[in-house]
Design a protein around this ligand. Structure first.
Ligand code: NAX
Length: 329
C-alpha cells in the first residue's frame, strides 16, 4: 500500500471537525487504500473534548488510520504534514465586526503559517476554512513566503454546492445534471453565486430560472443567506454540509475527481484573471486535473449584470486586504 499521508486538522474538536473526521477515516476523501496519519490540533480549553473525539475515532476501527496524534502544540501538529485543513479559528461573537474578527484571527493564521513553513512537508497543501477564510489565506501566505501560494486555497465549495443544489431543486432535476454554476469572490455575503450560466444536460436554463431579474431577486440572495437560514433553524452554523464540502474540495484538488469534467469553485490567489489584480484569494470556477493542480476557467464572458456583483466582492476583498496588512505590521 502507498506511504501514509499526514493530514493535520486544526480545531479538530469543533463542530466541523466532528463531521469531517469520519469522512477522512472512511477513505471517502483520499481513497480506501490510502493510509493516513491524523494530527489533531486544539487549544487548551478543548483538550478534554478532543480526547473524547479520539476515543470515537478509535472506535471507527478504520483500517486506513495508521496513527492519531491529538495535541495542543502546533509544532507537533504540523510536523511532516502533507495536507493541512485549517478549521480552527476565533469564532465570530455577536457584535463583532469583520475587522474585529480579522484582528483576532491574524495572530492564529500567521503563527500557524510560520510553523507550517518550518516543519511541514515542503509541498504541503493547505486548505483554509476558518473565517474570514479568503483573507486568512492571504495572511497565511504573507507570513510564510516560502510556501507556494498555489498550494494555499480557501473553501467556497460549500457555497458552490448550495448553488448547484438550489438550481436542481428549482428545476426539479438531479444535481448531477446541473453544470456551469460557479461562486465568485469572497466567502461572505458579497459572494456572487453565478447561476445565470447554469446548464441542465448541457442546455442553458436561465429563462427557466426567471431570467436575470428572477435570479437576482431569488436564487442569488437565497444562496448568499443560506448559512443564516441554517443557523436560524439549527441554532448552530453549518457543519455537516461544511465538512462534506471540505471533502469535495480536497478530492477535486488533490485527488482529481473533477465532478465529471464540470468545473468547481475554489478561492485561489488572484493572478489578474477577469481583472482581479494579484494580492487576494478570490473564488473562481476552476478545473482540477488532479495531483494538486488547478486552472482558473478563462472562458466566462461578463455582462454588466455580472460585473456589478464581481466589483462589489472584489472591493470587499481588497478592503479586507488593506486592513489585514495594517494589522500585520
Ligand atoms: P467550532 O467553534 O465548533 O470549532 C472551532 C474549533 O477550533 C474549536 O474547537 C476551537 O477550540 C478550535 N480553535 C480555536 N482556535 C484555535 C487555534 N488557534 N488552534 C487550533 N484550534 C483552535 O466552529 P466550526 O463550526 O467547526 O467552524 C470553524 C470555522 O469554519 C469558523 O471560523 C467558521 O466561521 C468557518 N466556516 C467556514 C466555512 C467556509 O465555507 N469557508 C463554512 C463553514 C464554517 O462556518
Amino acid at each position: 500500500s502507498p506511504n501514509p499521508l499526514t493530514v493535520t486538522i486544526t480545531g479538530a474538536a469543533g463542530q466541523i471537525g466532528y463531521s469531517l473526521l469520519p469522512l477522512l477515516a472512511s477513505g471517502s476523501v483520499f481513497g480506501r487504500h490510502q493510509p493516513l496519519n491524523l494530527h489533531l490540533l486544539e487549544i487548551e480549553p478543548a483538550k478534554k473534548a478532543l480526547s473524547g473525539v479520539v476515543l470515537e475515532l478509535e472506535d471507527l476501527a478504520s483500517p486506513i488510520l495508521k496513527s492519531i496524534v491529538p495535541t495542543t502544540e502546533a509544532v507537533e501538529a504540523f510536523t511532516n504534514c502533507d495536507v493541512a485543513i485549517l478549521v480552527g479559528a476565533f469564532p465570530r461573537r455577536p457584535g463583532m465586526t469583520r475587522r474585529d474578527l480579522l484582528s483576532k484571527n491574524i495572530p492564529i493564521f500567521s503563527s500557524h503559517a510560520r510553523i507550517l513553513e518550518k516543519v511541514a512537508a515542503p509541498d504541503v497543501a493547505i486548505l483554509v476554512v476558518g473565517n474570514p477564510a479568503n483573507t486568512n489565506a492571504l495572511v497565511l501566505s504573507r507570513a510564510a513566503p516560502k510556501l507556494n501560494p498555489r498550494r494555499i486555497t480557501a473553501l467556497t465549495r460549500l457555497d458552490h454546492n448550495r448553488a448547484v443544489a438550489a438550481v436542481a431543486r428549482e428545476l426539479s432535476v438531479s444535481v448531477s445534471d446541473v453544470s456551469g454554476v460557479a461562486v465568485w469572490g469572497n466567502h461572505s455575503s458579497t459572494q456572487y453565486p453565478d447561476v445565470t450560466r447554469a446548464r441542465v444536460d448541457g442546455k442553458p436554463v436561465l429563462d427557466r430560472l426567471g431570467g436575470h431579474d428572477g435570479v437576482a431577486g431569488q436564487l442569488v440572495p437565497s444562496v448568499q443567506k443560506r448559512g443564516g437560514a441554517v443557523l436560524d433553524r439549527r441554532g448552530a452554523t453549518s457543519a455537516m454540509s461544511a465538512a462534506a464540502a471540505i471533502a469535495d474540495h480536497l478530492r477535486s484538488w488533490l485527488v482529481g475527481d473533477d465532478a465529471d469534467g464540470k468545473h468547481v469553485s475554489m478561492a485561489v490567489p488572484s493572478d489578474g484573471s477577469y481583472g482581479v489584480k494579484e494580492g487576494v484569494w478570490f473564488s473562481f470556477p476552476v478545473r482540477c486535473p488532479g495531483g494538486g493542480e488547478y486552472e482558473i476557467v478563462q472562458s466566462v464572458e461578463f455582462d454588466e449584470f455580472m460585473q456589478r456583483y464581481i466589483d462589489a466582492t472584489k472591493e470587499e476583498l481588497f478592503a479586507e486586504r488593506e486592513e489585514a496588512l495594517t494589522l500585520l505590521d
